[in-house]
Write a protein that binds this ligand. Structure first.
Ligand code: FAD
Length: 393
């Protein structure tokens, strides 16, 4: 719609003009590629660029589809194209905002009490406070429903004990949405934990080769007290977590679309600029074939992403649809970025030329919000009626 196009162009302009220069520094070499090459300063140092938070906050995209409470109330398509435009410039930035918005804020929006929505969502929407979303544990990744963190009811609240792993934004988040097993009912419950809660500790995971800007953490919860008012009343089983994941998987599916669009743009420019055998690389048939293959993949990914949004908007989207879309799109994106990496020759392995960085950034996206395999099994269960997550006894 014209509104969705306007969101897209506004995010694109801000990302290109305001965010991209913060992330990169022009490569200081005398080269014909001076236009293409950049040093991705924060990515190299694996540091989070806190200076982009006010810029992303001013865009007013956090909270996506949530209506009211200072959130934008976009259509899911509007929210998805915004996510893609952020990812087109930087995948880590888009993961930062998706964890905050499509996981943590959405959980509060879908499963929080009226008081919790009023208390937390407005400042989260402005990015004045930052959130993370903790489901995965060291011993429970794909098997998230078997999580071991416990929540024990005590007078006036709950005591949380356990560990979380890989949690994006957790090293600096003001609030942490944490899932734990209720020791009385044995069901999964959700809690809002404040960053200064005694017994809470988040440690940065070092040495990642992808999404290096995203600060993923190991969380330790040692007898952390959470008052009753911060238990999310709408999370009463793992199925409630899945409701959030089905929507956020649509958003995550649009990240690889944005990443591959950015890679395509870079390859297109590069092929026109660099010459071999007296002609631009773009003049060679094999390179054109690769470029066209990338373009066709992107068009197909866009159509699948768009179809997911339309199914969601008509109330017909099932968890299987979301899983199929996320897994198929990330697989195609992996293939597309690999083609781009080939087009750049040696420069295809340098972070400076964007494509190698995108290549690495896609790997965790292929894995998080359900690996390719797990999303395939979710779809498989839906089309056959048979769950095959556990090996036969
Ligand atoms: P495992 O579950 O150990 O899987 C290993 C391999 O076995 C995979 O190939 C998997 O597909 C396969 N496998 C497992 N079970 C089956 C099965 N039944 N059948 C067939 N194959 C199977 N989590 C959060 O809660 N919050 C976050 O913010 C967050 N951010 C993340 C950011 C990054 C960069 C990464 C890497 C992860 C993040 N995660 C987050 C965790 C992510 O969701 C998990 O890594 C993911 O679910 C996979 O779990 P695992 O890594 O433990 O792999």
């Amino acid at each position: 719609t014209p509104e969705e196009q306007a969101v897209r162009m506004e995010v694109r302009e801000c990302m290109e003009k305001e965010v991209a220069p913060i992330m990169t520094k022009v490569f200081p070499l005398f080269s014909v590629f001076v236009e293409c090459a950049n040093i991705f300063v924060y990515w190299e140092k694996a540091e989070f660029p806190f200076e982009v938070i006010p810029k992303l906050g001013a865009l007013h995209i956090a909270g996506g589809t949530i209506k009211g409470y200072g959130c934008p109330g976009f259509s899911i398509t509007g929210s998805a194209v915004a996510a893609a435009e952020v990812a087109r410039v930087d995948a880590s930035c888009s993961t930062f905002i998706l964890v905050h918005s499509s996981l943590a804020m959405l959980t509060i929006g879908l499963c929080g009490s009226e008081m919790q929505k009023q208390k937390y969502l407005p400042s989260l929407a402005e990015l004045k406070t930052i959130a993370c979303w903790g489901l995965t544990e060291p011993d429970n990744g794909s098997d998230a429903s078997g999580l071991g963190t416990t929540a024990q009811k005590v007078e006036g609240g709950w005591i949380l004990d356990g560990q979380k792993r890989w949690i994006g934004n957790s090293t600096f988040a003001d609030i942490l949405v944490i899932f734990a097993r209720n020791t009385s009912t044995n069901q999964i419950n959700g809690f809002i934990v404040k960053k200064d809660a005694p017994g809470l500790q988040a440690t940065k995971i070092e040495n990642k080769i992808g999404l290096r800007i995203v600060q993923n953490g190991d969380i330790l919860l040692k007898k952390v007290f959470v008052p009753d008012e911060d238990r999310l009343p709408g999370v009463n089983s793992f199925q409630d977590t899945n409701k959030v994941l089905a929507v956020s998987r649509v958003m995550v599916a649009w990240q690889p679309i944005g990443i591959t669009m950015g890679v395509y743009d870079m390859c297109h420019r590069y092929l026109k600029e660099r010459k071999q055998f007296g002609a631009p690389l773009a003049a060679f048939q094999i390179n054109q074939q690769r470029l066209v293959q990338m373009l066709s993949n992107i068009q197909a990914m866009l159509l699948v992403g768009w179809r997911l949004c339309k199914l969601y908007e008509s109330g017909k989207m099932t968890p299987g649809h979301a899983s199929l879309g996320k897994s198929w799109i990330t697989l195609r994106a992996r293939e597309t970025v690999a083609l781009g990496r080939e087009l750049l020759g040696g420069n295809g392995i340098l972070v400076d030329f964007h494509v190698a960085k995108a290549f690495c950034d896609l790997e965790p996206i292929y894995t998080y919000e359900g690996t390719y395999d797990i999303n395939t099994l979710v779809t498989g269960r839906e089309v056959t009626g048979l769950a095959s997550f556990k090996p036969a006894p």
